[in-house]
Design a protein around this ligand. Structure first.
Ligand code: FES
Length: 165
């Protein structure tokens, strides 16, 4: 990327070719977060694999009813997660996930926090197996975000949305 690019330029570039968008029917973990302030939501799906005896993230995808910044951060973050161990992923903060965009303007910081929140919710059961209920039981892995919130959509799992603090 051009070092002269602004965060807005980088967001637009990420939006022109968003990566890893869509539900994952064979996901091992799913996390959903919603921001009551702006009404936006992000869901993230994770698929794990084993490498050198460690559980690592093989794939990550997302869906968002969110602003352009949230979509751009989720696109970059899901690419960044591939190959990370659960512990490494757990350490990532929104500033890490949005780093390729450059510093976000203050009023857009919560957009990156949404992506971090969805990741944390998806990793919750991996981090604390006693966490109840496991994410996969609160949103069926193949469910779309729209399918879960639309009143006429058939339900195959309970919807749990973590509110962004
Ligand atoms: Fe709500 Fe960006 S304005 S996620």
């Amino acid at each position: 990327m051009d070092p002269e690019d602004t965060a807005e330029d980088r967001i637009q570039a990420a939006l022109a070719n968003p990566q890893n968008m869509g539900e994952m029917s064979d996901a091992d973990a799913v996390g959903t977060v919603g921001n009551p302030e702006c009404g936006d939501m992000v869901r993230m799906w994770l698929k794990f694999t084993e490498k050198d005896g460690k559980k690592i993230i093989d794939r990550a995808t997302f869906q968002s009813f969110g602003c352009q910044t949230a979509i751009a951060v989720a696109s970059l973050a899901t690419g960044m997660l591939k190959g990370k161990t659960v512990e490494e992923a757990r350490q990532l903060q929104s500033s890490d996930l949005s780093k390729p965009l450059g510093p976000l303007p203050p009023m857009k910081l919560h957009c990156g926090d949404m992506v971090e929140g969805a990741l944390r919710d998806a990793l919750r059961h991996e981090t604390d197996p006693a966490a109840d209920p496991p994410p996969a039981q609160t949103a069926a892995p193949g469910n779309t975000l729209l399918g879960d919130i639309h009143p006429s959509a058939p339900r195959s799992g309970k919807l749990k949305i973590v509110k962004l603090k």
